[in-house]
Design a protein around this ligand. Structure first.
Ligand SMILES: Nc1ncnc2c1ncn2[C@@H]1O[C@H](COP(=O)(O)OP(=O)(O)OP(=O)(O)O)[C@@H](O)[C@H]1O
Length: 734
């Protein structure tokens, strides 16, 4: 057998050769002439080449991260891009190709025709070392190899954070790879605990889909929606680093017209505005703007009166009302009809001279902008009452009523207003941009109106929905995924698949946070943590007056050690903490302004969703719990943001498990987790869907030989839950 040194030298030779050819390919891309049949094609070619060049690894980046050896004796190197030599021989294959996929998927149970999987450790393009998995040897010894974190993954997880998410191409795990490659034509719900890689998987899935469905999907056809600007900023470099530059990435608040945002609103009003019955209210209110004509409509053209009988005008209005299409389009239809009626009576043929028709049209079918219309509607109790119909109680309509700013340009809108404006935009103009695939991250919190805004942008019904029910908080805290998927297009199958291994949060921290789960989300499966952290969580219970000073001191210590730090601070303590940071001369970035670049970041628990830091300082858990009706979930979010260090600084309990009074002094009611009633009328189709979901879970979660075992255990769990006697011979829960 070759010595390791000799093998390393041989690998280095291959890496050097591949790098030489990568640079040759880069040069060729730069030099290729822009000549094309026409200017448009030339521009597209130039853009394509720019995209290809950007996607190429930098000269100092390793050409490959892995190698697979097949039983057929063929060997492939796997990297971020395919590299050819000048004879078109492949030196490295792209991770997104079927061959590249084998690198992630081969396991001891199912080696997929491989004899060996090699993972390289590199510094630049210098091969320092490699680890081998030799499948035949391992097959007998390891039952579930794919679940064990390997050295390469652990080293990657321990790397310091910077405020920008990185790609995980070299270390994608088998279970993650299955979700990345799941079929395009479905609504795939990726669920899992904090730090299981849901966001990373969803972004790599986009890249994989773009590569493997080039015929149907261009980068411009894909939209990624995140919960807030700091999150979008955090993830925005992942797709470009995978070579996919033109994918649109927006915050949920950007799905709507550009208006001034920032209006605060109480949760009850937020809840009303988020409900899908608001769509009906808006549609009725808009139709109510359409007027009725006078018995006779008299118009003056070039000194001559023309009179249209009211019944004819009313018929034209009725026809436009019944037509399909958005308000503005139907208005055009009415305009054309009125012009015809005028011409039939000898009016001017020239549309330029139809000013009086425009006036009549404006009176009957006024032009509207979404913000002007909604401001007017909120401002009128009578219009709200008329549009509310039986769907809204009087006190709900009273809550919606508000006096608008003096000028439209001064109106400040709330987050819950944005999807209403977007709904109106669609009713008025119907020109929302459509996408062929949409990814929605942190989807567990979105209101039905926000989900409608997502759904209307989907031209195919193909979506990837990402979230964690245990982190679902706010006015729309959810306990079941159906509460989300019911508002999405129903054209394709819905499959919920889970990620179970926690890569971010160290064991000591997760154990603390998981104490909240029995109250926060008793139905949610716990994460299996893959690694230990460097230290137990720091618990600092201090006098209230000392709290902010202690936070500043801890932040300073973490910063001195070169860590990327997040302070998760409830609103009630925000001013105190800001003051202490100022006084200690510690500049920080504000997540509420989409910033996340400095070493020190101040985030609210809500903004903390999806983010991660080397060190996290959580301020006053009791206040965090009091901040939301599902406050224990919010605290769970706050405690699970760290990749290494956690400190909790408080005057109250480190881990308040009992309900804590909210800001008004009331004990918030925890909404009961609703177990679905056994319903004998459940339709076969939904049972089929449930069975399909379960089958998908089993397929994705266990190797084939274990399926029977899993099903037997599932049956035992169900028996236990239902209190039914367990038939003899069935497996017991371990
Ligand atoms: N296979 C992997 N290789 C290397 N790093 C990984 C892998 N999977 C996940 N990670 C890392 O683990 C961390 C958590 O991943 P991610 O943010 O995608 O988790 P999440 O499930 O979306 O978490 P949350 O629910 O808190 O938003 C990230 O730093 C990510 O890069």
């Amino acid at each position: 057998m070759e010595s390791k040194a000799a093998e390393l030298a041989a690998e280095q030779q291959h890496f050097d050769l591949a790098r030489k050819h990568r640079e040759r390919m880069r040069t060729e891309l730069g030099e290729a002439p822009d000549a094309a049949a026409n200017a448009g094609t030339g521009r597209r070619l130039a853009l394509f080449r720019r995209g290809r060049k950007e996607a190429m690894g930098q000269p100092d980046q390793e050409v490959a991260f892995g190698r697979i050896d097949q039983e057929s004796d063929e060997t492939f190197y796997v990297g971020r891009e395919t590299i050819f030599d000048d004879q078109r021989q492949v030196l490295v294959v792209n991770w997104q190709t079927p061959i590249g996929t084998l690198y992630y998927e081969a396991s001891a149970e199912d080696p997929r025709g491989l004899t060996r999987k090699r993972t390289f450790r590199c510094e630049g393009n210098q091969v320092l070392d490699f680890d081998d998995l030799v499948f035949q040897q391992l097959a007998q010894a390891v039952a579930q190899l794919e679940e064990l974190p390997d050295a390469a993954l652990l080293a990657e997880l321990d790397r310091e954070r910077t405020g920008a998410m990185r790609d995980i191409v070299p270390t994608i795990q088998a279970a993650q790879s299955r979700l990345i490659r799941a079929q395009l034509d479905q609504i795939l719900v990726i669920e899992g605990g904090p730090g299981t890689g849901k966001t990373a998987v969803a972004l790599h899935r986009v890249s994989w889909l773009l590569y493997n469905h080039r015929d149907r999907l261009r980068p411009q056809d894909v939209l990624v929606v995140g919960p807030h600007p700091a999150f979008t900023r955090y993830i925005r470099s992942v797709l470009p680093s995978l070579g996919d530059t033109d994918v649109e990435q927006l915050d949920i608040d950007q799905l709507g017209p550009p208006v001034q945002r920032g209006r605060a609103e109480d949760p009850e009003l937020r809840r009303i505005k988020g409900e899908s019955r608001m769509a009906g209210l808006l549609a009725r209110a808009l139709e109510a703007r359409i007027g009725t004509p006078e018995p006779a409509e008299r118009m003056l053209f070039d000194g001559r009166f023309i009179t249209l009988p009211g019944v004819e005008v009313a018929a034209a209005v009725a026809e436009a009302r019944q037509a399909t299409g958005p308000y503005a389009q139907r208005r055009q239809r009415l305009r054309a009809r009125l012009a015809d009626l005028v011409r039939e009576r000898g009016g001017p043929p020239d549309p330029e001279r139809l000013g009086p028709v425009e006036n009549l049209l404006e009176r009957l079918w006024p032009l509207q902008s979404a913000p002007a219309f909604l401001r007017g509607l909120y401002g009128s109790a009578a219009r709200l009452a008329a549009a509310g119909g039986d769907d809204f109680a009087a006190d709900e309509l009273a809550r919606l009523h508000r006096r608008g700013a003096d000028r439209l340009s001064e109106e400040v809108w709330s987050a819950a207003d944005i999807p209403l404006l977007d709904e109106l935009e669609e009713l008025l103009n119907g020109n929302s941009r459509r996408y062929r695939h949409i990814v929605v991250d942190e989807a567990q919190d979105l209101s039905p109106m926000q989900l409608r805004a997502v759904a209307r942008r989907s031209s195919t019904g193909s979506l990837t929905i990402v979230g964690d029910l245990a982190q679902s908080t706010g006015a729309w805290a959810r306990d079941h995924w159906e509460e989300v998927t019911d508002h999405l297009p129903q054209t394709l199958p819905i499959v919920v698949l889970g990620l179970r291994y926690g890569y971010r949060v160290p064991r000591q921290v997760y154990e603390l946070a998981a104490e909240l789960l029995p109250i926060a989300a008793p139905n949610v499966q716990q994460t299996r943590v893959v690694r230990d952290g460097p230290a137990a969580p720091g618990r600092y219970v201090v006098e209230r007056g000392e709290r902010a000073g202690r936070v500043a001191q801890l932040a300073r210590d973490h910063l001195a050690a070169g860590r990327f730090v997040g302070i998760v601070c409830p609103a009630a303590s925000r001013a105190d903490i800001e003051h202490a940071l100022h006084a200690n001369n510690l500049p920080w970035a504000r997540a509420d302004q989409g910033e996340l670049e400095r070493s020190l970041n101040l985030v609210s628990p809500q903004e903390a969703k999806g983010l991660e830091f080397d060190a996290v300082i959580v301020v006053e858990p009791e206040e965090i719990v009091a901040e939301d009706p599902r406050g224990h979930r919010l605290l769970f979010v706050a405690l699970t943001r760290t990749i290494r260090y956690l400190d909790v600084v408080c005057a109250g309990d480190v881990l308040p498990l009992a309900p804590v009074p909210d800001v008004t002094g009331r004990i918030p009611r925890q909404r009961a987790v609703i177990e679905p009633d056994p319903d004998p009328t459940v339709e076969l189709t939904s049972l089929d869907r449930l069975a399909e979901d379960l089958a998908a879970l089993v397929t994705g979660g266990a190797p084939v030989p274990m399926w029977d075992e899993v099903l037997q255990r599932t049956a035992a769990i169900l028996d236990e839950r239902s209190g039914r006697p367990r038939p003899k011979g069935r497996h017991h829960r371990p």
